[in-house]
Design a binder for this molecule. Structure first.
Ligand SMILES: Nc1ncnc2c1ncn2[C@@H]1O[C@H](COP(=O)(O)OP(=O)(O)O)[C@@H](O)[C@H]1O
Ligand SMILES: Nc1ccn([C@@H]2O[C@H](COP(=O)(O)OP(=O)(O)O)[C@@H](O)[C@H]2O)c(=O)n1
Length: 244
């Protein structure tokens, strides 16, 4: 399930049933659990999973590989011209590629994380990747796709049947992220996360739920409880939609 960013959707295949996949849209700030919880929810639902942040991270990786200044929109647009991006929607087999290079692990490196808000600020980049996300989902031969990011409930799929804002207290999010990066100073990880939230929130409001968006606050929930809370929103929303 891949699609190059720079080419039209000519190679895309319609969904097996001929109907578009159900979209479960999940937004939230860094460290709220979007990626891990969405992936677990997708596996339980038998849906695909699209991590939209991976596209911005891969572009930041690509820009750094070209020695481009990621805070300069013109320089970002220049490297975006040959950004050949592909991602798996299979929650059991996740990978991200730029050209022939598998960047699945590299895009999680702190140097990429530090650069990503710069490339995500460029409006025409956002427009192009949002189109890609919609094409990827529309052409997936899957019953549904859990799509997570910062602006999925508001910009990318504002009409999704299920829309959730996954949140948690800032100190809890910082602690979760620093637990992942054991070889890094916890205070530095927390400062970097808050700085990125601040930069990202100048572009998209992912801290307030838009009308119709359900909030799942995982501050006092463990991982499994958070997945259950998300699945119960999916169940209730789809049940109400189907008249159950
Ligand atoms: N409810 C939770 N309780 C404890 N840990 C959690 C919970 N939700 C997520 N995590 C952990 O927190 C870390 C950050 O989650 P992640 O999915 O990467 O967040 P995001 O994609 O929002 O940045 C991961 O190690 C994940 O396993
Ligand atoms: N839909 C999205 C997803 C990510 N992003 C950007 O991409 C970066 C990385 O996203 P991510 O989801 O991997 O970040 P985490 O929240 O997982 O740390 C964010 O810091 C945003 O700058 C965005 O602008 N819009």
């Amino acid at each position: 399930m891949t699609e190059p960013l720079t080419k039209p959707a000519a190679g895309s295949t319609p969904s097996a049933s001929g109907t578009a996949p159900v979209v479960v849209a999940i937004d939230g700030p860094a460290g709220s659990g979007k990626s891990s919880v969405s992936k677990a929810a997708a596996l339980r639902l038998g849906y695909g999973f699209l991590d939209t942040g991976a596209a911005y991270r891969a572009l930041a990786w690509h820009a750094l590989a070209h020695g481009a200044d990621t805070s300069d929109a013109t320089a970002v647009l220049e490297v975006f011209g040959d950004f050949d991006y592909a991602i798996s929607l299979d929650a059991r087999d996740r990978w991200v590629r730029v050209g022939e290079v598998d960047v699945t692990a590299a895009i999680r490196e702190p140097r990429v994380t530090d650069a990503v808000s710069g490339v995500a600020r460029v409006a025409s980049v956002r427009h192009a990747v949002n189109e890609l996300f919609r094409r990827l989902v529309a052409s997936a031969a899957l019953p549904g796709v859990v799509v997570e990011g910062r602006d999925i409930t508001t910009v990318v799929f504002p009409d999704a049947p299920v829309r959730i804002l996954l949140t948690a207290a800032p100190e809890v999010r910082a602690a979760r992220r620093s637990a992942e990066l054991t070889d890094h100073d916890a205070a530095k990880v927390a400062a970097a996360l808050h700085q990125r939230d601040a930069a990202d929130s100048t572009v998209v409001d992912f801290l307030t739920a838009a009308p119709g968006v359900e909030v799942v606050d995982s501050t006092h929930l463990d991982f499994e409880q958070t997945v259950d809370a998300v699945l119960s929103v999916v169940d209730n929303t789809m049940g109400a939609r189907d008249g159950r």
